[in-house]
Write a protein that binds this ligand. Sequence first.
Ligand code: AHR
Length: 498
Amino acid sequence: MSQPAILDILPDHVDGNRDMMIFGHFLEHFHRQIYGGVYEPGSHLADENGFRRDVIEALRKIKTPIIRWPGGCFVSAYPWKKGVGQRVPYYDKAWRVEEPNSFGTDEFLRFCREVGAAPFICTNAGTGSAEDMADWVEYCNLEIGEWAARRRANGHDQPFNVRYWSIGNENYGAWEMGAKTADEWARLVLEAAKMMKRVDHRIELAIASIPDLDWNAKVLRAAGDLLDWISIHGYWSRASDEGVFEKGYDNLIARAFEPEERIVAVKHILGSLGYLGKLRIAFDEWNLRGWCHPNFMSFGPADHALMDANDINSNYNMADAVFTACFLNSCLRHCDVVGMANFSPAVNTVGAIFTHADGIVLRPTYHVFDLFANHSYGEVLHSALATPSFDVKSDDGTSTSVRHLDAVATRDSAGGVMGITLVNLHGREGISCRIRGLGGSGFDSAILRTVNGESAESYNNIDRPDAVAISERRLTIDDMNDFSVDCPAHSVSLLNLV
Ligand code: AHR
């Protein structure tokens, strides 16, 4: 056990209010995310609409607030108009497979309804036009017009009223179909935002962006006043082109606060351009692990067999859980500007839920969402954390100092319950956290829930679904003003005080 960490909480000082949408997820037409993931007509686990009941139940349990769809790179040549009404399979130029096209807008919106999540539609700003994007809003949200009539003809009399929309996906990147320069992007964003909001002024609009001042200066000066969100993405570990996922816990965990640096960079960009407090960040694709899709960036032949490496559950262990918890803590700390985040993806690939013919496996990251979504609360309290740190040596000899513990205190607005997240990043050593400042706050019982496995490499699989799970115990606390909680190595805990 190293030196204890100390968390001083000021229970009467609220730093900000968390938006539940930071616990959102993403779904792309990629590998087994849609077909064989959320949608599997004919499966004995599917409902009458073809949706996997076990997946819906799992997403409901973690209160999935919002789901982004349909891509990702897939969307940048997605012909949404061919994905409603009569369907014909077509060739998907992103992932170079035949897209069955049986899951389109109507199916996505019905799926969201069953999950209880808000839909977040990402439009095609690669090969699609501003008018296509506006027509999509019309199809979903209007009572009048050709596309609204088509929706009704497809069996949906009432508008779906989709509130969250995004213009494009990673259109700044050479890998993206219909990639744009900053000037081209500024022009398209202005035209698309204008037309989409003329169709429905109630929508909230995000745009694909990067943490780059010059890029954002051009785009926001052209169209910033029509926007509500700025989208950024991040993956911190890439599988090799042979489909091998990075293993070393220490090396992975050394990147746990890089997402926070990205948030801070974008926050400063928004501030320097006068948009802080006007636009919020949607971190609408994120995961420790990038997806395995060899040759995608280099345009070599697509190797679909290698994509199956994404389905190996042993790739996802406590490093993923701890990284995920640190990411969510970072969103809580910056809740003034981060209003949405979408774990990429929800199901299969490197996601939190793995599906197979007879059920699902909940990967370690799933349990972190379970803890945060169900046991942390809306008000983020002011606190100061003093923690020891440890050094991680990378393969190239460089050393990174990593904080041993990460913690955020939250409370429900009525003041009746507190949820304190406690993340021990160390792969081998436990740490005790002294928590001070809660004397007089009236709490008299404590429950500690912890996600952990036997080792940092523990993972869940079909034959061992609970190797990483949530354990729960009551704590007896004599002095609320100063007490300690033990946090085992590589663990994510949530302490509830009532
Ligand atoms: O690796 C997955 C891809 O990552 C998504 O399609 C894209 O949006 C991101 O670059």
